[in-house]
Design a protein around this ligand. Structure first.
Ligand code: GUN
Ligand code: FE
Length: 454
């Protein structure tokens, strides 16, 4: 049990409440029992609902989920959230931590001028460790607040502030992959690194973070093809192989960007194949954000490499990038997750991104070429925001036995209409916000607001 105990005494462990009670089984697992209206999506087809149900958690992992408390557990204390509903935590596979302070700005522009006018100047500020410290704490507080318990984030190219973000994330109790952004071409002078320098700094950071941040993984993060020379991509591919690392980047977000990639790499048949060519598409460990304008051969590659597609509907609308054909991609067998892409997405709240993904899908289904396509349904979108992205972290994102117990407890006011648990969840997703989230658990541990002073 000692390795499950909080490192930080402020952190409250639901396991601790039951620490005096051990099972008679040989495992001596520390058990805790949580009661409430439980909802999750083991499959995209539908919600599974346990009204007044119980989740039995052993050492941070879901052991079982039941409607009635089995006799063998009758003497154990129950953490009772009756009247609240309990759902898996949200997982955001694409977010830019340094863009949080400028989220919502510049949306009269499309991607490339937006990057130049708003994003790059914002990211330059993170050369200053004091700014990084202040804003990364606020960023983590915000993710905690809205129920994003795991995420994969871009930092900036600055090594020191990237390590700060990793250490603060470790302290927060949330789980994450974080990458130092690599960029050695096509950016302002202050945001361009020498190729060798970029690789050496990245390697140092990989090694340092392995020692310092056991719960926060390093993810190799070429910004996108136009920002990285072939030499840099080649070197990053070697780091991926050598350290067995995951990769995140952007793909097929905007038509101008795609033309630019074609000009830069005329000998490679498609944008996705540039990443593949340089060893930047490790199987089952790659996140590609956007994928709005993929070609058929790209989809075949994304499927073969089991890439996680991060659908950023709000961002794609803000920057007039397009509408990702999610139904087509799902039918084809691609893994699609829902992500915020803050700051091209203006808020990190995943419940709002669920809604916007559904809206985008409905809009697309009314347009020529897509008529007859079934728009995304709520349980599908909820699955994409929980279990589909959770898989990037292991068995995460539902309450099926064996899953990490990552959960949000949500309490709304009284229920005069007598809504069912599922209806209350639907209402929360569409019209609710962080004010209703009363408790957050990551791998069985309750996580308090990470940085109250920020
Ligand atoms: N492509 C390259 N960089 C970025 C970024 O910061 N945001 C988005 N949305 N797309 C990008
Ligand atoms: Fe992005």
């Amino acid at each position: 049990m000692s390795d499950m105990m909080p490192r930080n005494a402020r952190h409250n462990d639901i396991n601790a409440e039951a620490s005096a009670y051990h099972t008679s089984a040989a495992t001596h697992a520390t058990l805790s029992i949580i009661k409430g209206d439980i909802l999750h999506t083991p499959t995209p087809d539908d919600f599974e609902v346990f009204e007044n149900g119980y989740i039995i958690v052993a050492d941070g992992t879901v052991q079982r989920i039941t409607s009635d408390l089995p006799n063998e557990y009758a003497n154990l204390p129950v953490t009772d959230y009756s009247g609240s509903f309990i759902i898996p935590g949200f997982n955001d596979l694409h977010i830019h931590a340094p863009q949080y302070p400028m989220a919502g700005l510049g949306f009269d522009y499309k991607l490339l001028p937006w990057l130049e006018r708003y994003t790059f100047p914002a990211e330059e500020n993170f050369a200053d460790p004091a700014i990084a410290q202040r804003w990364y704490k606020r960023f983590l507080n915000k993710l905690w607040s809205v129920g994003t318990l795991r995420f994969s984030a871009f930092a900036t190219l600055h090594a020191q502030s990237t390590l700060q973000l990793m250490r603060l994330s470790q302290q927060s109790g949330l789980r994450a992959f974080i990458g130092k952004v690599n960029m050695d071409r096509n950016a302002p002078e202050s945001l361009i690194e020498g190729t060798d320098d970029s690789l050496a700094t990245t390697q140092k950071l990989i090694e340092k973070s392995r020692k310092l941040t056991p719960d926060i993984g390093f993810i190799v993060t070429p910004r996108f093809v136009p920002s990285t020379t072939p030499e840099l991509m080649q070197g990053l591919g070697e780091l991926v192989e050598r350290y067995d690392l995951p990769v995140q980047s952007h793909l097929d977000e905007n038509l101008g960007e795609i033309d630019w990639v074609r000009d830069l790499h005329p000998d490679i048949p498609s944008y996705a194949e540039v990443y593949e060519h340089y060893g930047l598409m490790p199987e089952g460990r790659t996140i590609m954000a956007h994928c709005v304008h993929t070609s058929e051969r790209e989809r075949a590659l994304l499927k073969a490499r089991r890439v996680y597609l991060a659908h950023c509907a709000q961002s794609n609308m803000n920057l007039t990038s397009g509408i990702m054909p999610v139904r087509r991609d799902l039918n084809y067998g691609l893994s699609v997750t829902i992500a915020s892409d803050v700051g091209a997405g203006h808020v990190p709240d995943i419940n709002r991104h669920i809604v916007q993904s559904i809206e985008a899908s409905k809009m697309l289904s009314m347009l020529p070429g897509h008529q007859g396509e079934h728009p995304l349904r709520l349980p599908e979108a909820f699955y994409m925001a929980t279990k589909a992205g959770g898989a990037f972290f292991g068995q995460v994102g539902s309450f099926e036995p064996g899953s990490d117990f990552d959960a949000l407890v949500i309490r709304e006011g009284d229920n005069p209409l007598g809504l069912s648990p599922q209806e209350r969840l639907e209402r929360f997703i569409y019209a609710g916000d962080d004010r209703s989230i009363t408790h957050r658990f990551v791998a069985g541990r309750e996580i308090p607001l990470p940085f109250p002073e920020a």
